[in-house]
Design a protein around this ligand. Structure first.
Ligand SMILES: Cc1cc2nc3c(=O)[nH]c(=O)nc-3n(C[C@H](O)[C@H](O)[C@H](O)COP(=O)(O)OP(=O)(O)OC[C@H]3O[C@@H](n4cnc5c(N)ncnc54)[C@H](O)[C@@H]3O)c2cc1C
Length: 399
């Protein structure tokens, strides 16, 4: 069947997207561009300068290209130039061959999360985004979905649940699904303006703790720190004090960045991951992004996978006559892939968080001996993803 006939068929179809994070916004863009009538119901009322840095890998950028916004994102992002893993003294343990990575897969970029949100939101037609709208009840009566929210009840042909790791939709429609589990470590994120761009990004690994540095396009630097900690622990004396005590003696520019940071800029989140689900879809509802497969951030792939989900779901809905068969194909394509990536991310995190002196000495030695090409080869299944429909969407196609 031709693309045009599918697009015509989709013109009357409607979707409710619960959650206006990266996954929900990307799904809304993908569906509206395929001719769907979409409402995004988002609990938060306003949109400030949310979050910190975000790595977008070649697979995520390909998803954004499929949405027609890859170039806009690249303009607002900084291509990683030097990256790898160092020890706490700044000695390189492994260097990422960025040139080879770019040649084989495409660029790896770092963007401020708020810039990505701006681009995604600007791509939505007026009236799609409904902020300050918390979803409180879901029902799937036959071939329709019914969603109750503070402002009333909405009905549609499809429900996309992109409401994050604690997903209300998942808890409602997948009551037996396991809850997210604490990974055993916590992360602090901050964006610092020192007026100078660090010469290299990447991670530095210690014992049970690590630091990541990522220059941003606007001249600021995204810094993240990770450490083993009891779940829920917070420091009444301020998180920045703890970071300076823990990491202030690590290699430069870590002490300088921490010295220049503001306490207000520090965000702390314990790291959780969702155990694998047995299905991502039920009836005419599909889980997407963290609601489906929240993973540890060690590979920097959570948002990239949400983008892949969004592009895949919209393309499958366009090429299958029935919503149910498109959702079945979405489940079949997305579940094994996201499970594989979540598993890899968890393993990397486990090794990065080792703290016994013998184990970390061996780990560091192994890292020094591993050729960069082996690391890139290992990343191939993650980075070589292609959108199911490789043509880009343009507003003209959706007319
Ligand atoms: C420390 C850290 C670093 C990370 N770094 C990276 C990285 O570099 N690269 C990367 O790709 N990923 C990274 N991630 C992962 C990434 O942030 C997530 O995978 C991604 O944001 C998930 O997007 P989402 O849209 O699925 O969910 P979310 O961003 O959680 O969005 C869910 C939305 O749903 C809304 N919502 C929730 N409940 C309701 C309701 N009942 N009604 C209405 N709205 C509701 C919420 O307000 C929210 O806006 C990182 C994560 C962490 C914790």
């Amino acid at each position: 069947m031709s693309r045009t006939r599918h697009a015509e068929g989709a013109r009357g179809r409607s979707a409710i997207v619960v959650g206006g994070g990266i996954g929900g916004l990307a799904a809304a863009v993908a569906l509206t561009r395929r001719g769907w009538r979409v409402k995004v119901l988002e609990r938060a009322a306003g949109f400030g300068e949310v979050g910190a840095g975000l790595s977008l890998w070649p697979n995520g950028l390909r998803a954004l290209d499929a949405l027609g916004m890859g170039d806009q994102v690249r303009e607002q992002a900084l291509v990683e130039a030097r990256a790898g893993i160092r020890d706490a003294n700044g000695r390189w343990l492994a260097r990422t061959d960025i040139r080879e990575l770019t040649t084989r897969f495409g660029p790896l970029v770092m963007i401020h999360r708020a810039r990505l949100f701006d681009i995604l939101r600007a791509a939505l037609p007026a009236g799609v985004m409904c902020g300050g709208t918390e979803v409180t009840r879901i029902a799937l009566p036959g071939r329709c979905v019914e969603v109750e929210h503070q402002g009333g009840v909405a009905r549609a042909d499809l429900l996309v649940a992109a409401d994050g790791i604690g997903s209300f939709v998942r808890r409602s429609l997948w009551p037996a699904a396991p809850a997210p589990r604490y990974a055993g470590y916590t992360a602090w994120r901050l964006v610092v303006d020192t007026g100078r761009r660090p010469p290299a990004g990447g991670e530095s690994w210690g014992r049970g703790e690590r630091v990541g540095i990522a220059p941003l396009a606007d001249g600021r630097t995204y810094l993240y720190c990770v450490a083993d900690a009891p779940e829920g622990q917070r420091n009444p004396g301020g998180e920045l004090t703890v970071l300076r005590r823990r990491f202030g003696h690590w290699h430069e520019p870590i002490p300088s960045l921490l010295a220049a940071a503001d306490e207000d800029a520090v965000m702390r989140h314990d790291i959780y991951a969702l155990p694998p689900l047995s299905h991502f879809v039920t009836g005419r509802a599909a889980l997407l992004g963290d609601a489906a497969h929240a993973m540890t951030p060690n590979l920097g792939q959570g948002a990239n996978q949400a983008l892949e989900d969004a592009v895949t779901l919209a393309a499958l809905l366009d090429t299958r006559p029935e919503v149910e068969s498109a959702l079945a194909a979405y489940d079949e394509q997305r579940r094994p892939r996201t499970r594989m990536i979540a598993r890899r991310s968890r393993r990397i995190g486990a090794v990065a968080q080792w703290h016994s002196p013998a184990a970390t000495a061996l780990r560091d030695l192994m890292l020094r001996m591993t050729p960069g090409s082996a690391t890139l080869n290992a990343l191939t299944p993650v980075l070589d993803w292609q959108p199911p429909d490789r043509s880009t969407y343009t507003p003209a196609q959706a007319e």
